[in-house]
Write a protein that binds this ligand. Structure first.
Ligand code: URA
Length: 435
């Protein structure tokens, strides 16, 4: 018989936990027998003292054991997913999933809600009126077979321990931990029934891992756990030191994704990263070379096949197609303000955490467990790193529904910009591929 107190104390003092101890703690927490305050303490102790590779594996296994493992053997074709460790303006999943499906890969995607300062694919999808992210396993498989992709939230029975721990970490400042991120992401992905997985591991001011060396350690841990479970896994280290694309928010990121799928967007970073990661999914699923896979992705954009897949998925999941096809019909934010440059020069850096928190402040993310997110609020990044500005130029447009919050978000946005007299060096978006 184990004691939650003893387990917390052991971790606090830097000792390793056994597979049985972790399984006991995780199962009892998931069933409601261990309270949030003890789980928070173990999370914080883990945050500070870390975990060995064995413990990460045990924790992942313990999390998986609280739920089902989806059996997708009845769905023909290779099944692959992509997961990002979280960023600001990261709408890649919304574009990549339909593009991969248009190229013949089955994409059973289970996504999360916003976490800390980062946005979540589920919150974005739910900004589409009527869109359902919760469904039975049977419906999930039917949509996957019929459409080629399905984008859902974690169901009650898919790693229920992570559902609770994820929400708890979000509000207890315990997200940025390699063992906790690895077990959270990999327990979900390994329960999804996929054959292959592409991981987008972010580093920079908008990522949970600020340094690329830490992101590399995280990537290696995740790839290692995935391979031990017999999956094909590749990780990419990608730059998150400025928001991806122009839009940060929920509905506005849906609109930006639609534009990319229609071939109407100039968001080069979003386009480049989407192509790389989608091509990797095709490569892992079919063995086709990365170069030829990228050409297929290009074709799926120019032919409109990816956009058609997106519309099919929205229809299958109950979303309002009229609004998706005519985004101007969507309700507008009531309080719109501009954030202006206070000095002249080049934008040399953007504190992307600050931009993410400004969006949370507007209501685009959660301050506490259970908060509702506001789909219409958001930030449009008119100026990004490398752009030349004069004092008074508009840096971003900030959309809120409460004047005081919008004003405060504007102040946060303005203070997130850093200027220099000289043009900063070109950024490298994709730093490394780890397989
Ligand atoms: N995404 C997840 O699913 N879990 C984490 O811990 C971080 C990002």
């Amino acid at each position: 018989m184990f004691s939650a107190y003893e387990i917390i104390r052991k971790k606090r003092d830097g000792s390793s936990l056994s597979s049985e101890e972790l399984e006991y703690f995780v199962k009892e927490y998931a069933s409601g027998n261990i309270p949030d305050y003890q789980a928070s303490s173990l999370l914080m102790a883990t945050f500070f003292t870390g975990m060995s590779d064995e413990e990460i594996l045990y924790l992942t296994k313990a999390m998986m054991s609280t739920g089902i493992i989806v059996d997708l053997s009845g769905v023909p074709g290779p099944k692959a997913d992509k997961h990002s460790t979280g960023g600001v303006g990261d709408k890649i999943s919304l574009i990549l999933a339909p593009l991969a499906a248009a190229c013949g890969v089955k994409v059973p995607m289970v996504s999360g809600r916003g976490l800390g300062h980062t946005g979540g694919t589920v919150d974005k999808l739910e900004s589409i009126p009527g869109f359902r992210t919760q469904m039975s396993i049977d419906e999930y498989k039917q949509i996957l077979s019929r459409v080629g992709l399905v984008m859902s939230a974690q169901s009650e029975d898919l790693v229920p321990a992570d559902r609770k721990l994820y929400a708890l970490r979000d509000v207890t400042a315990t997200v940025e931990s390699i063992p906790l991120i690895t077990s959270s992401i990999m327990s979900k992905k390994l329960s999804e029934g996929i054959d292959a997985l592409v991981l987008d591991v972010k580093f920079g001011s908008g990522a949970f891992m600020k340094k690329s060396a830490d992101a590399r350690r995280l990537a290696k841990k995740m790839v290692g756990v995935g391979k031990l479970y017999g999956k094909k896994v590749t990780a990419y280290l990608t730059d998150m030191s400025q928001p991806l694309g122009r839009e940060v928010g929920n509905w506005n990121e849906i609109v930006e994704s639609i534009r990319v799928l229609r071939g109407e967007s100039d968001a080069q970073d979003v386009i480049e990263l989407t192509k790389r990661l989608t091509a990797e999914m095709i490569y892992l699923s079919t063995g086709e070379s990365l170069t030829s896979a990228e050409k297929e992705v290009d074709k799926a954009i120019t032919s409109g096949a990816g956009y058609e897949k997106f519309l099919e998925m929205v229809t299958a999941q109950g979303g309002d197609l009229k609004v998706v096809e005519n985004p101007d019909r969507y309700p507008k934010a009531r309080s719109i303000l501009e954030a202006k440059a206070v000095e002249s020069g080049y934008v040399s850096a953007i504190d992307t955490f600050g931009i993410g928190m400004a969006n949370v402040k507007l209501g685009g993310g959660r301050a506490k467990v259970g908060d509702k997110v506001d789909p219409v609020v958001g930030i449009t990044m008119l100026k990004k790193v490398g752009d030349k500005v004069s004092a008074g130029d508009v840096l971003t447009v900030v959309r809120g529904n409460d004047d005081a919050k919008t004003k405060s978000a504007v102040e946060q946005v303005v203070s997130s910009y850093v200027f220099s007299a000289n043009k900063p060096a070109e950024r490298i978006l994709v730093k490394e591929r780890i397989s």
